[in-house]
Design a protein. Structure first.
Length: 342
């Protein structure tokens, strides 16, 4: 038994005797409003997000940090799921089956099973994840997206304050990206807290994302959930406008590839020095001043403002529902050697 496994066994056993208001069952890592998240569920999610390669040395402290991050994400998802359940917004089975079929489409049974095995999942695990994702999306649509209103005045004020940004000295391309990197970065904060730990994991992760894009999943949502670029993941991978000169300086082959793409097109996986990327070309812009009357300018501004409001409202909403929930993170308590009576 390695040191990390021993730590978890000790943590589970310790929670039976640690002084607390309510002694949890020995296999419970956390509870949300008395609904349990078990160590088995945590271990499954942890192995899915941080698989250990054969022969790979494991840093026990870093692994525990990662495990606590995964548990925090599971707690947040459980809080959102309970709110969706309370509001009558749980996904219907027909919707789950349709999404499952979409993800499975294009693969043979053997290929699909291999993809699931790589993610340490069964078909039922995937359906449970789909139900959770669709339910939370319904909640977000009702509680957040439907309440965002970008007025013509908002657009005009943004343009007036940022007019120089719409004066292009040379042709530019508007790009979005999804990035996976070989090493973890403490600055990465995608919605799933999902981080590749080495080159093989980064490569597998970007390929799985590419498969999901081909299956029809939304690029910006995948970027928010999984991209490891701290500068763009929160904005759905949006990199803004990039000049052709800057693109060519960064990578000549990349510049050539982008020049051949059409707006809306998604690139294949690109191996760069920083990691693995998938690019989406949003638009191509010739040189010159873009006026507010240009529909593309208005669309860009509205999308920018929508993304900002969306991120703000999501953060505020999640913080509010966290405050309303009763959460006991028993694993964090034991690892941090905290006495709940103090």
């Amino acid at each position: 038994m390695n040191r990390l496994s021993l730590l978890l066994v000790i943590a589970a056993a310790s929670m039976v005797t640690v002084g607390c208001k309510k002694t949890p069952p020995a296999n419970v890592a956390a509870t949300v409003n008395d609904r349990a998240i078990t160590f088995a569920d945590l271990e499954k999610q942890f192995k899915m997000q941080f698989p250990t390669e054969p022969g790979q040395a494991e840093n026990d402290d870093q692994a525990m940090i990662n495990k606590l991050e995964v548990l925090r994400s599971m707690i947040d998802q459980e809080i959102m799921m309970q709110r969706a359940e309370k509001n009558g917004l749980l996904a219907q089975q027909a919707d789950v089956d349709a999404e499952f079929a979409k993800l499975k489409g294009g693969f043979t049974e053997e290929e699909f099973k291999k993809r699931l095995d790589e993610r340490k999942m069964s078909a039922e695990d995937l359906k449970a994840d789909i139900r959770k994702k669709l339910s939370i999306e319904k909640l977000i649509t009702k509680e957040i997206t439907s309440k965002i209103n970008i007025t013509d005045k908002d657009v005009s004020e943004f343009y007036a304050a940022n007019k120089q940004n719409f004066n292009l000295a040379e042709p530019q391309v508007h790009l979005a990206q999804i990035l996976t990197t070989p090493a973890p970065d403490s600055n990465i904060r995608n919605l799933k807290n999902d981080k590749a730990q080495n080159d093989d994991q980064a490569k597998r992760k970007i390929q799985q994302i590419a498969d999901r894009i081909r299956a029809g999943e939304d690029f910006s949502m995948l970027a928010q959930n999984y991209s490891e670029d701290p500068g763009s993941s929160a904005n759905g991978g949006d990199l803004g406008f990039v000049s052709e000169t800057a693109l060519e300086k960064a990578n000549v082959a990349l510049r050539r590839m982008v020049s051949e793409m059409q707006p809306g097109q998604v690139s294949p996986v690109i191996n760069t020095g920083e990691g693995y990327r998938i690019l989406k070309l949003l638009s191509k812009e010739p040189a010159g001043q873009r006026e507010l009357s240009d529909p593309r300018v208005q669309q860009t501004i509205r999308e920018t403002l929508m993304n900002r409001k969306d991120q703000l409202f999501r953060s505020a909403f999640l913080e509010a529902v966290r405050n309303e929930a009763h959460v006991e993170n028993y694993l964090a308590r034991v690892v941090g050697q905290l006495d709940p009576k103090k």
